[in-house]
Design a protein around this ligand. Structure first.
Ligand SMILES: O=C(O)CCC(=O)C(=O)O
Ligand SMILES: [Fe+2]
Length: 240
């Protein structure tokens, strides 16, 4: 119970002073050191963040024949979204070590050390200019879901800031804004994430240029923990 209260305090403590408590940068290779990610991107020079595949070796990429000649490179956006879709599918079918590490990081940041939240993938988002979300709350996509994790993949774009509102029942609802490190130039080189309560109202500013790539996950309490809490509640009722 204490953990739950601490987690709630974190999620609801919208003092806006320590953004890193709510958001973070993350490398799929487990190097969560922000500077490290920068350095690697620099060392690799022009390497794209993901390998771009040509489709002359097989025909399983879902593209219609004749989309492009076999000896032509795959257009970057097409190839990138294909690569991302493959990552998304892989993490949905078999949770990757990277995502497991991220759930551990999120739990640790919230003072829930050792808790292994479930974090099933919900969707892959590719937003082109004009793409946005009006203010909304997320519905419960998975059992025991209580929060949403938006993982923005390396992408070059303008716009696409996320606003999360603290309490829309009051007239002066406060929001905090996260641009996934776009304004400091890190969006093309690293993965950045935001976590918010699923029922907190939020909106996404329109993307104004380029393309924004994001994976959206549900953050869920582990099943055994819910059972324990239900058992405790049942015991309390019997005792009453
Ligand atoms: O892409 C984002 O940052 C937010 C997406 C969102 O709010 C949603 O998919 O419900
Ligand atoms: Fe949402």
């Amino acid at each position: 119970m204490e953990d739950i209260l601490r987690l709630r305090a974190w999620l609801e403590g919208w003092d806006g002073e320590d953004m890193d408590e709510h958001f973070g940068g993350y490398g799929f290779d487990h190097d969560d050191d922000y500077e490290g990610v920068t350095a690697r991107a620099g060392e690799e020079g022009d390497c794209p963040p993901f390998e771009l595949r040509s489709n002359d070796d097989d025909d399983d990429d879902g593209m219609a024949d004749g989309d492009h000649a076999a000896d032509q490179p795959v257009p970057p956006l097409q190839a990138l979204s294909q690569a991302i879709a493959e990552i998304a599918v892989a993490s949905a079918v078999e949770p990757s070590k990277g995502i497991d590490m991220l759930t551990i990081e999120i739990a640790a940041k919230r003072g829930c050390e050792g808790k292994q939240f479930d974090m099933p993938l919900y969707k892959f988002l590719l937003s082109e200019p004009g793409g946005h979300f009006v203010k909304h709350r997320d519905t419960e996509k998975h059992d025991r879901m209580f929060a949403t994790v938006v993982l923005q993949l390396p992408s070059v774009h303008e716009g696409g800031e996320l606003f999360v509102y603290s309490d829309t029942s009051s007239d002066v609802a406060e929001s905090i804004t996260y641009d996934f490190r776009r304004s400091n130039g890190m969006a093309p080189f690293a993965v950045h994430y935001a976590v918010h309560y699923a029922d907190a109202e939020h909106e996404l500013n329109p993307v104004t240029s380029g393309y924004r790539l994001a994976l959206v996950y549900s953050l869920c309490w582990p099943e055994h923990q819910v059972k324990r809490r239900l058992d405790a509640a049942a015991a309390a009722m019997i005792a009453a």
